[in-house]
Design a protein around this ligand. Sequence first.
Ligand code: MBD
Ligand code: FE
Length: 290
Amino acid sequence: GDTNGHSVKHDSRFDPDFTRHVINATGPKATPRMRKVMGSFIQHIHDFARENELTVEEWMAGVEMINWAGKMSDEKRNEGQLMCDVIGLESLVDEITFKLAAETNDAATASAILGPFFRHDAPVLENESTIVHGVDDGEITYMHGIVRDLKTKQPVAGAWIDVWQASTNGLYEQQDENQIEHNLRGKFKTDENGRYAYYCLRPTPYPVPADGPAGKLLKLLDRHPYRPAHIHLIVQREGYKPVTTQIFDSKGDYLEDDSVFAVKDSLLVDFVPLKGNPKATLELNYPILI
Ligand code: MBD
Ligand code: FE
């Protein structure tokens, strides 16, 4: 009861009316999409709190984890994204996006999540050159293929392929002061026959960073931090929908229990022995459809 003539209508936070009241606080200038998405978000997170009888301590632990992720996020380690990855959110959103584009996209090379270690400023390199510098214990792979139009099946000239991968010590170049800038990254352009080619490493499994909030969450969930061996690719050309993807060594570990849930059957590849090329011991012919 109040003594000054005012009353708070929604004073029971357990009442679903309270959630409605919060959602309805959205003003008329919010965009329809913002109204819909944030309304849904508020509904779900209120229901989540009620369902789990979330305590102040638990909620604050979550807030601290988000703050910790923010503090650790820069171009060297995107912990906010990594947190989303270990709960499968980036993979889910990738799948939803892919499905929405399914009519035009069905025949295209499947997508996979970008992950936290992409850099926009990879060096432009000539076809037939290498992205491997100062890595002595890796298996050098001659990776090449033809990019084709998914409808006409004709080669696509002038398509850009961004490639990046971790070194054999399990670290991307920006995580590792012992690698030269842009090691194991490159941007290649398909020639007039739609062909690209470069030397890279056979990828090796490695753990996502375990010393930050994502690592702590994995530990609390009794999960390992490993990812299966993979190579990242972004393929794009004006007039085509860009494809962000990863390819996975079909003979590697952790294909069934990727810590970030990114593996798809259609993205498994075989590295085959290569003879007669002094620069590489393995070959990967990877055709791409965009
Ligand atoms: C990675 O290397 C990666 O590719 C993803 C998706 C998440 C964490 C680390
Ligand atoms: Fe990766």
